[in-house]
Design a protein around this ligand. Structure first.
Ligand code: CA
Length: 230
């Protein structure tokens, strides 16, 4: 699944140039031209990373960053116009993850962005088949495509395994049922029955949770979807 980057930048030419460069690198890009639009898209579209310009027509990137940080954990990279802004951007109060100063080189920006994604999601966003993912009493062997609970194979179906591995590769990230239908079942947008996801989650909970009625790992996020908590 391509990683999705939200760009909040009002200068159209800059935004388009960035979009083009990132799409060529295999990213999916969402564009917002105002702080208000950026805030809404960050919540609704759940991008993997957010690029924020500081000067926006209806506010500034500082306030937007602070606002997003209250509820979102995705990495935020800020575009600053001068080095004086850097201390503020990376300060605890704002909590951006990184910055580049305009004018920046696209190569540098992309290198930073890849590093941020790696840091945030680990190499698991492109799983190395020999890797294991461990949470609670559960270990996923990505090569054998098996899940173990306290060392015992829990007997997942191929789809259950794929669903669990997909959620576990991005701990804490919320996936909508549509996201999961696309990523796990390979359905295109708005196709497939969302209850399919619910049923598989229920089965997974029976197999991996200590108390399936009170799940600690496979969490329902009301109105949004599911996430896996470590
Ligand atoms: Ca601007």
């Amino acid at each position: 699944m391509a990683e999705r980057i939200l760009i909040v930048e009002d200068e159209r030419a800059v935004a388009r140039g960035l979009q083009y460069a990132l799409e060529r690198e295999g990213f999916q890009v969402l564009l917002a031209g105002t702080a208000r639009e950026g805030s809404a898209m960050a919540r609704e579209q759940m991008p993997d990373l957010i690029i924020l310009d500081i000067r926006l027509p209806d506010g500034n990137g500082f306030d937007l960053c602070r606002e997003l940080r209250r509820s979102l954990r995705q990495p935020i990279l800020m575009l600053t116009a001068c080095d004086d802004e850097v201390d503020r951007v990376l300060g605890l109060e704002l909590g951006a993850d990184d910055y580049v100063t305009k004018p920046y080189s696209l190569r540098e920006l992309i290198a930073r962005l890849r590093a941020l994604l790696r840091r945030a999601y680990g190499e698991l966003s492109r799983p190395n088949p020999s890797e294991r993912i461990v949470f609670g009493h559960i270990a996923l062997d990505l090569e054998a495509r098996r899940a173990y609970r306290d060392g015992k194979d829990v007997g997942l179906t191929a789809t259950e395994f794929k669903l669990l591995a997909h959620l576990a590769a991005h701990p804490g990230r919320i996936f909508s049922r549509q996201d999961l239908l696309q990523a796990v079942w390979g359905y295109p947008d708005y196709y497939g029955d969302e209850r399919t996801v619910d049923v598989h989650i229920r089965h997974l909970r029976e197999k991996v949770e200590d108390d399936p009625t009170n799940p600690m790992h496979l969490c329902t996020v009301r109105g949004l979807g599911y996430s896996l908590e470590l």
